[in-house]
Design a protein around this ligand. Structure first.
Ligand SMILES: C[S@@+](CC[C@H](N)C(=O)[O-])C[C@H]1O[C@@H](n2cnc3c(N)ncnc32)[C@H](O)[C@@H]1O
Ligand SMILES: *[C@@H]1O[C@H](CO)[C@@H](O)[C@H](O)[C@H]1NC(C)=O
Length: 255
């Protein structure tokens, strides 16, 4: 039983790591966060001035039976293609959106949040359920001299969201339950006239659970994902502040 579980996890890991592409710069120094080895993952790998996150160097460091770190969710320790796209979209469009404050939900290592701080948004919150992810985000922000505040927020029960202008969710639909939780939160935020920008790959099947739930909650059937290239466009005529970015992970530019 344990063995088949382990094999399953390895297959999953191999598939997941393929999606990371040329994500990371292996650092010459041995950086550590919370005792675990990390690398830098820059928004643009060839641009040393671009924002970066810290990502776990080796998934193997989370394995082992009595390991404290076996509680860490590997998915929360990497910058996924969606976060990279979200970060560059924020860099490009945030000045036009004119957000004074920014909050990311399910941030993982928080590249979009770090980028938001870097382009000068004053109040930036990175939130996730995974404590190690929040440590990664804090450590990378601090090293870049940026202020990114972190808070533990569970998408299934969130009642303690920071109050901001713009909310970003990147690749958070890990399960149907999370997708429904995210929909409940997004509805609430939109009713408060906040801007909500959701990024998701088309192969994340649970994103359709999210979309269906949003349609129902807001009584709006026309809602759709838009190609990310066209920037923040309304998901429906009645929802000018709700943006749904469709990501094709094979087309994400790392340079
Ligand atoms: C695939 S990772 C994406 C990480 C990052 N946003 C990115 O795009 O690279 C999914 C993230 O959702 C977070 N997550 C999963 N369930 C959650 C929940 N119930 N509440 C908050 N975050 C959750 C995980 O901890 C993880 O950081
Ligand atoms: C993603 O992009 C690739 C390469 O451009 C293309 O072949 C593929 O059909 C696209 N996938 C989707 C779901 O659009």
């Amino acid at each position: 039983m344990v063995k088949s579980c382990r094999t399953h996890w390895l297959f999953f890991l191999a598939a997941a790591i393929r999606q990371l592409g040329d994500n990371r710069i292996i650092s010459a120094f041995s950086l550590k966060v919370g005792g675990l080895r990390v690398d830098k993952a820059s928004l643009r790998t060839k641009d040393p001035a671009s924002a970066y996150s810290f990502v776990l160097s080796s998934a193997m460091d989370l394995m082992g039976n009595d390991n404290y770190y076996s509680r860490v969710n590997f998915l929360a320790t990497q910058v996924w293609p969606s976060a990279r796209v979200a970060a560059s979209q924020i860099e490009k469009h945030a000045p036009m959106i004119n957000a004074q404050s920014f909050c990311e939900l399910g941030c993982g290592p928080g590249l979009p949040s770090i980028t938001a701080a870097k382009i000068g948004i004053n109040y930036v919150w990175a939130t996730d359920i995974d404590e190690f992810a929040l440590s990664l985000a804090r450590a990378a922000a601090e090293e870049q001299g940026l202020v990114v505040k972190t808070r533990t927020v569970d998408l299934l029960s969130a009642t303690n969201l920071p109050d901001c202008d713009l909310y970003v969710l990147s690749d958070v639909f890990e399960s149907a339950a999370v997708a429904r939780g995210a929909a409940r939160i997004c509805e609430e935020l939109l009713r408060k006239e906040k801007a909500v920008w959701v990024f998701a790959q088309s192969d994340r099947v649970q994103r359709e659970v999210f979309l269906r739930d949003m349609k129902q909650r807001l009584g709006e059937d026309a809602m759709e994902w838009s190609p990310v290239e066209i920037g923040p466009v309304a998901a429906a005529k009645s929802l000018p502040n709700f943006w749904l970015a469709d990501i094709n992970e094979t087309e994400v530019n790392y340079e």
